[in-house]
Write a protein that binds this ligand. Structure first.
Ligand SMILES: [Mg+2]
Length: 262
């Protein structure tokens, strides 16, 4: 993994000669800094302006892929003419298409119920809370005291293990968050491939350069998909860690710098 701005001489020509660029970015921790509660992670006016400018450029198609629910994500970003992929791509809107995973839709009432059970069982742990995102659930523990983290893990495991092992749900982990997803073989990487294909059809361009920017474990699927399609994958991380990404930047501020350079 190379520091993106250190390798800019290598990256710049790829961007310059691309016929069309599919620029995909995660939201939390990538376009915005990680904050204690997801509802206060707001996009800065400057970043919004940069995304709008890129989206209006005919050489670019811009999309945001997030673990947030689609409606929540659209509200947070508030831009027209870009692609939105919510719930890790289980719901996508863009290119005049809407994609909603049918199996995931069926699980919605069950997840609602499971969310209530988890909320109740986690009640005694200060700072732990369940976010119901319709097609997925998140159990956040960003503000939980370190001494209580194991209690969160134990409670989470006790409730979800039977469902997980019988294939009724999928469980993943992010930055101080557990996620429960429907038993659908779908992730940010599959969403990237789907969007790349749609982009080829709509833009009638054979060679599209995909760029993917993300900070979390769930973004690794996106990195893998982009690497397979000769794209540029960029991890946002202030510490060195194992990743499938080809490049890294150190912070959401540096993502802004990248958008400016693009
Ligand atoms: Mg993120």
């Amino acid at each position: 993994m190379q520091y993106l701005f250190g390798a800019w001489d290598k990256v710049r020509p790829l961007i310059k000669k691309a016929e069309h660029i599919l620029l995909l970015s995660d939201y939390d921790g990538t376009l915005t800094p990680i904050v204690e509660r997801p509802e206060i992670a707001n996009l800065s006016e400057n970043t919004r302006k940069l995304l709008r400018t890129l989206a209006k450029n005919p050489r670019y198609t811009v999309g945001i892929i997030s673990g947030r629910a689609l409606a929540d994500l659209k509200g947070k970003v508030g831009l027209e003419g870009i692609i939105y992929a919510g719930n890790h791509g289980l719901e996508i809107e863009g290119f005049g298409y809407s994609y909603f995973d049918p199996v995931a839709e069926e699980v919605r009432p069950f997840l609602q119920l499971l969310g209530n059970v988890l909320s109740t069982t986690l009640k005694g742990i200060r700072g732990a809370f369940v976010e119901n995102k319709g097609l997925t659930l998140s159990v956040h523990y960003r503000t939980v005291d370190e001494t209580e983290e194991e209690a969160v893990a134990d409670t989470f495991k006790r409730v979800t293990d039977p469902l997980h092992t019988t294939g009724r749900i999928r469980v993943t982990q992010g930055k101080r968050v557990y996620e429960i997803r429907p038993p659908v073989d779908w992730d940010k990487g599959k969403a990237v491939i789907w969007l790349l294909e749609k982009c080829r059809q709509v833009k009638r361009k054979g060679r599209i350069l995909p760029i993917y920017i993300g900070d979390d474990l769930t973004d690794e699927d996106g990195f893998r998909a982009v690497e397979k399609n000769n794209g540029i994958s960029i991890l946002v991380s202030d510490e060195l860690r194992q990743s499938l990404a080809g490049y890294f930047v150190k912070s959401p501020e540096e993502v802004v710098k990248l958008l400016e350079m693009l």
